[in-house]
Design a protein around this ligand. Structure first.
Ligand SMILES: [Zn+2]
Length: 161
């Protein structure tokens, strides 16, 4: 397993987006984003819970579980965690947590959910020294193919905001 060299840059970048660090939606909406993202990639969605100050927000793919820290119910946090969940489910646990592959999945989801314009997401991430693989490499179609799955033909829209 490679060292997670990109984590601190990712956190610094996320901190710059004010509403990615506070509650902006209810937990039910966080769950809706997690289900939408898993649906896109054709994987079973995990349980999504809430916890208090004892630990950080996390994703645990073997336990099929995501837990969100109180005060972080927002779309970006949901997509950050579900990007871990999707990456772990498809690549196994060997991928560094905030690897360029993970970042591409996260950016793919942030763009598809229209959390912010793609150009703004890319430019600000780049300015923070974050790297990612080309997004086509982690598209739902490609990753589902790698996992030997076929995706449904119908388009899956992001949750209404
Ligand atoms: Zn993370």
């Amino acid at each position: 397993v490679t060292v997670d060299t990109q984590a601190s840059r990712v956190y610094a970048w996320e901190y710059q987006w004010g509403d990615w660090n506070v509650d902006t939606v209810k937990l039910s909406q966080v769950r809706a984003y997690v289900r939408w993202a898993c649906g896109l990639y054709g994987i079973r969605y995990p349980s999504v819970r809430q916890h208090d100050k004892l630990s950080c927000t996390y994703s645990w793919s073997h336990g099929r579980k995501i837990s969100i820290l109180e005060g972080q119910n927002n779309c970006a946090t949901a997509l950050h965690e579900v990007a871990h969940y999707i990456g772990d489910s498809i690549f196994g646990g060997d991928m560094p947590h905030h690897s360029p592959q993970w970042m591409a999945i996260y950016l793919w989801l942030l763009s598809a959910a229209k959390v912010a314009p793609k150009t703004a997401l890319f430019a600000s991430a780049k300015a923070n020294g974050i790297t990612w693989v080309p997004l086509w490499q982690v598209s739902p179609k490609r990753l589902a193919g790698l996992a030997g799955k076929r995706l449904p033909k119908r388009k899956i829209r992001p949750p209404a905001r």
